[in-house]
Design a protein around this ligand. Sequence first.
Ligand code: EPU
Length: 333
Amino acid sequence: MIRINAFSLLHHNTFGIDAQARQYIEYASEEELTAILPALAGERFFHIGEGSNLLFTQDYDGIMLHSGLRGIQLLEETDADVVVRVGAGERFDDLIAWSVRLGWSGIENLSHIPGEAGAAAVQNIGAYGVEVKDVIERVHAVDLQSGERRTFSNADCHYAYRQSIFKQELRGRYAVTYVDLRLSKTFTPHLDYGNVRASLPEGAELTPHLVRQVITAIRREKLPEPGEVGSAGSFFMNPVVSEQTFRTLQASYPAMPHYATAGGVKIPAGWMIDQCGWKGQTLGRAGVHAKQALVLINCGGATGAEVVALSDRIRADVKQRFGVDIHPEVNIL
Ligand code: EPU
C-alpha cells in the first residue's frame, strides 16, 4: 500500500492542473482495499484512475484513492472467443495492445484512449463506433461502505452513452476491482465511423492490429497528445435532442451533422462550438483545441477555474446560437 500526505496531483491528471490532495492511498489488492475502508468512514474521498477525465478546480481536501490492481488473466476460451479479466488499475490501451497482438478483436477501435480499465467500465468509454459496454461481461467491485464484494452483469451496469450505474445511482459507492471482457477470435471490423475506412492503407490485410494503428493515427492527428498538451479529451458530451428540435435546427443549419439514437438525434457539440467560432481560441490560459473544438486544453499553467470559465462562455454561446444545452463530460472537482 502506498500512502502519501500533501500529495501533488499535477502528474495524476492529464489536464496538467497543479492541485494537491490531503492524502493519496494506492492499494495493491482487494484485501488492502477492504482494510483501509474503516479509515474512509466520515472522510471525503474520491477514487481516481489515470486522471484523464478530471478537472481539479481546487485542492482536494480529502483522500484520493487509486487502484494498484493490475494484470490480465484468461478466464475462458472457445473456438469463437475468449473472456479476459483485467485489473482496474491496468491501462486500457495496454490491454488493447495485448489483445491485438494475440489477434483478438472487439476493443481495437478504443485504441489510444488514455485511462485505466476500471474507469473505462465506469465511464463506458467509446470511440469510432464502439463502446466498451459492447464487450463487457461483468464488472467486479467492492462496496466502499460495507466492504462487500459485488459482481455486476453487463445489464446491471445500466450502460448508455458515457453513462453507467457507477456514475448515477451508485456514484462514489463502489470501487471497481476487475473487469471481465469478451473478445472475439473472428474479426468483425467496425470501419463506418468518420474517415476510418478511408484511412486504411490500400491492399493491407485487415487485422485488429491494423485498425488499432489507423485509429491511433487518427487520434494523434485530431486530439492533443497526452503528455504534451494538457486536456481531458472531449470536454463536453454530445447532446441528444428531440426529432422536432432537430428538424427546426436543420431548417436553419442544413449542414449540421447528426446521428439517430434511441433517445433522439445526437448533434456533435464540437461542430456547434466550431460554428460559434471558438476553435483555436483562448480565454486566459485555457483554450479550445485548434483541430477539434470539443477538446479544451491547458495552454500552460491554467487553473481549473480558468478552464471552467472558458467552458461556461462556450456553453452560453452554444445555448444562445442553437438553443441547445451542452454539458461537461469531464468530472469537475
Ligand atoms: N466537428 C466539427 N468541428 C470540430 C469538431 C467536430 O465540425 O471542431 C464535426 C466533425 O466534422 C464531425 C462531427 O463534428 O462531423 C463529429 O466529430 P468527431 O467525429 O471528431 O467526433 P466527436 O463527436 O467530436 C466523439 C467522442 C470522442 C471520440 C470521437 C470518435 C464524445 C463526447 N466524444 O467526438 O471521444 O474519439 O467521437 O468516435 O462522444 C472522448 O470522449 O474524450 C473522445 C475523444
